[in-house]
Design a protein around this ligand. Structure first.
Ligand code: G3I
Ligand code: 9MR
Length: 687
């Protein structure tokens, strides 16, 4: 019996069974919507209840079933986006760490959530790790990718120059090498415009919270080098972006793409020819902005990457010149298809207003070089009001950079006006929360519910965290938090929109890898697009046409259930920003990626589970394997394996129904022993 089991022995088995008995009475209610992952001990804690009768709500400890908190619901208020009358349960005074659920006598109980110091840390890290899972041109190996390991796809070392992109140096059908980068979304294509805002947002997360990210371990293949993991991940995409620039004229190809979207196949089987297409002003300016921004951030790591910062700045300046000479070369796919072959039918990311892209690139170049000349010509074009950014609306990105670098600018820029613009936008968002029946910022107007609406929520959070850092006023933090809660379950649908997180979570994203890999659990840490009344995919089965309910957890629904890098990036910024701005984060748990044994035992998934879960390990040699499950008291529940097994990756399913028809909710352990070495991990059954 290990120390673990002894320590937990004090809980009486009698109490434990009473608890389960009472728990069994109450049904999960879909009317209670809340962040299903967790709440910070010290922060605001709110749940939304639709159509509740009675005034009281209870917060119940999920293990002991004791009532931990009793409170009153607020008066009902209409949320027009879902046409519900909702009431808020505020349980902020409950600060004790633990697992709980909300109980409403007339409705039932909520999913179980945690109160803990850093509840957004795991979803935040997973969202950042989501970029690793999107890597093109490389195999994802078990030690980093766990069960979602896969073969390398899309080497992209011999990409065809499309007729629309032909130049003297790179004629039609010549080849360029353009490996690496992240797949854009559910599809396998790589688009510079969308890479622009995504890479910016991650770089900006680093620029905002450098100390936090300097020690954050993501268990990447590069985790053992000296560079912070977030920058290792960003580098994967920057290296690709650099290859998209024509070295002769500085222009940047709009995208690297198949002519048509692939079927639902794994990357290594998706071997259709790939093209780079026409250079565009928008792509070239996105490139110029990101390279200038990256140049100043990587300057700190000159000794690790000698000359890299200068290379980036040089690439940025060349792109800037190309864009100035080609200020209106828009990417218009229909037109291109009328003039050239083969037809290209993948994502367009078209944008015929590049004023904001010019502003953003000028600002990033100005900040990095401190040369007024980049910005002077743009001063009269700068916006008087900022908006929540998106891939085609990037003015605000430059202002976020100006704000972060405000102590390091020339007198040309009035930094108090920069701050005021961000705070003015944040005030509108705070007001939106004040008017919201859900007490969330998301839903400032119905226009928030666009294709990729979850990125609107996340980007609102980015603005609010910036305002919080500028003012220290907690109303901005609470507003940011409300959108974090929205993404993890406090929304009309009641879904957690982040794969792998929450009890009721998106399970069938429009994501080719997740669809084709044969696993039930989608690749984790991916933010799906979210409610979108446009329903452009015309899928059958949307539960409603209402804006906040226009969501379908089905692979068919690319307009509401696809994933994309420009949606994940602000989720990273928001989730990890919530933790980084909270004082309690100072003790980030380090992941142990290396064990002293000649095998590795991974965390089971899903976890919590009901009724079954997968246990995965990798052994480096053949040996006698024993895999057993124990309860909290150290009693053996079952032996799953007792046999000799070869080296390699193995997984075994534990089905709580098979072994014990009435196995109760609670904490269990699984212990793997190979040749007298053993490792034990905890798992949670939640019924
Ligand atoms: O700009 C108009 C706005 O003026 C109007 O008020 C609003 C009303 O619906 O529509 C706005 O245009 C929308 C546009 O996005 C900008 O938000 C279009 O309706 C909408 O169809 C369009 O959706 C884009 C979608 O591609 C289709 O082009 C998404 O933003 C964009 O994220 C998505 O990106 C795709 C790539 O093409 C391919 N890879 C996957 C990726 C994610 O789905
Ligand atoms: O899979 C594609 C997705 O990445 C895009 O966002 C979406 C809109 O351009 O298109 C998806 O592809 C669909 C195509 O447009 C129409 N036929 C069905 C495809 C999905 O399998």
């Amino acid at each position: 019996m290990t120390k673990h089991f002894l320590k937990l022995n004090f809980i009486s088995p009698v109490l434990f069974s009473v608890v389960i008995f009472v728990n069994g009475f109450s049904q999960i209610s879909t009317k209670i919507k809340l962040n299903q992952v967790g709440f910070q001990t010290s922060s605001l804690k709110e749940a939304v209840i639709a159509d509740a009768q009675g005034d009281l709500f209870y917060i119940i400890d999920a293990i002991t079933l004791d009532t931990a908190f009793t409170g009153s619901l607020t008066a009902p208020k209409l949320w027009s986006y879902s046409n519900e009358n909702v009431r808020i349960a505020n349980f902020s005074p409950l600060t004790k760490e633990g697992s709980y659920f909300v109980q409403i006598p007339s409705a039932g109980k909520s999913y179980t959530f945690n109160i803990s110091k850093n509840p957004f840390l795991e979803p935040g890290k997973a969202s950042l790790k989501g970029f690793y899972y999107q890597r093109a041109s490389t195999a994802l190996l078990v030690p980093h990718a766990y069960v979602w390991f896969r073969q390398a796809g899309h080497p992209d070392t011999s990409v065809i120059v499309h007729a629309s992109a032909a130049s003297v140096n790179f004629p039609e059908n010549s080849r360029i090498s353009s490996p690496k980068g992240w797949y854009d979304a559910g599809d396998y294509n790589k688009y510079i415009v969308n890479s622009g805002i995504s890479t910016f947002t991650l770089l900006s997360a680093y620029e905002t919270f450098p100390e936090f990210y300097d020690t954050l371990n993501l268990n990447l293949p590069e985790s053992n080098n000296q560079l912070p993991d977030i920058l290792d991940e960003i580098l994967w995409n920057i290296e690709w972006m650099l290859t998209m620039q024509d070295p002769f004229d500085g222009g940047v190809y709009h995208k690297l793409t198949n002519p048509n979207f692939d079927g639902y196949i794994m990357p290594h089987l998706a071997t259709a020819p790939r093209y780079v297409v026409q250079k565009s002003t928008a792509a070239t300016l996105n490139f110029a902005a990101v390279m200038a921004q990256a140049s100043r951030i990587f300057a700190k790591f000159e000794s690790l990457l000698p000359g890299f910062s200068a290379q980036l700045l040089n690439a940025s300046k060349k792109a800037w010149l190309w864009a100035k000479n080609n200020p209106d070369t828009y990417y218009n796919q229909n037109l291109i298809n009328m003039l050239t072959e083969p037809d290209i039918n993948t994502g367009e990311y078209g944008d015929s207003n590049v004023n904001d892209e010019f502003n953003w690139a000028a600002i990033e170049l100005y900040i990095t070089t401190k040369a007024d000349s980049f910005l002077l010509a743009r001063l009269s074009q700068l916006p008087s009001q900022l908006n929540v950014p998106s891939w085609q609306s990037v003015n605000t990105l430059g202002f976020i950079s100006l704000s972060l670098n405000r102590n390091n600018l020339t007198p040309l820029v009035d930094t108090s006006s920069v701050k005021n613009k961000i705070i003015t936008l944040a005030n509108l968002l705070v007001n939106s929360r004040g008017n919201s029946a859900y007490n969330v910022v998301m839903g400032q107007s119905v226009n928030d519910f666009v294709w990729g609406s979850n990125a609107v929520a996340a980007n609102q959070g980015v603005i609010l965290l910036n305002a919080y850092l500028l003012t220290n006023d907690v109303k901005y933090f609470n507003a940011a938090l409300s959108n974090g809660d929205y993404l993890l379950g406090r929304n009309g649908t009641g879904y957690s929109f982040l794969t792998g997180y929450g009890s009721k979570r998106a399970m069938k994203p429009h994501h080719r890898v997740s669809q084709a890999d044969g696993l039930t659990e989608p690749v984790p840490g991916l933010l799906i697009g979210g409610p979108n009344p446009g329903q452009q995919d015309n899928c059958a089965g949307y539960p409603s046409n209402l804006p906040a309910l226009s969501y379908l957890d089905d692979v068919c629904s690319y307009a509401s259930n696809e994933i994309a890098i420009n949606w994940n990036a602000p989720a990273v910024y928001l989730f990890l920003g919530i933790e980084a701005t909270t004082k309690s984060i100072l003790s980030i748990e380090e992941e142990t990626s290396i064990t002293p044994y000649d095998f590795r035992l991974y965390q089971n998934y899903p976890n919590p589970f009901n009724p079954d879960t997968n246990i995965l390990w990798e052994q480096t040699s053949k040996g006698l394997v024993s895999l057993k499950v124990f309860d909290l008291f150290g009693n053996e529940i079952t032996t799953l394996i007792n046999e000799e097994m070869d080296n390699g990756v193995h997984s075994r399913k534990f089905n709580s129904d098979d072994t014990h028809p009435n196995l109760a909710s609670g904490i269990y352990f699984y212990r793997l022993s190979i040749n007298n070495q053993s490792a034990t991990k905890k798992m949670i059954l939640l019924k």
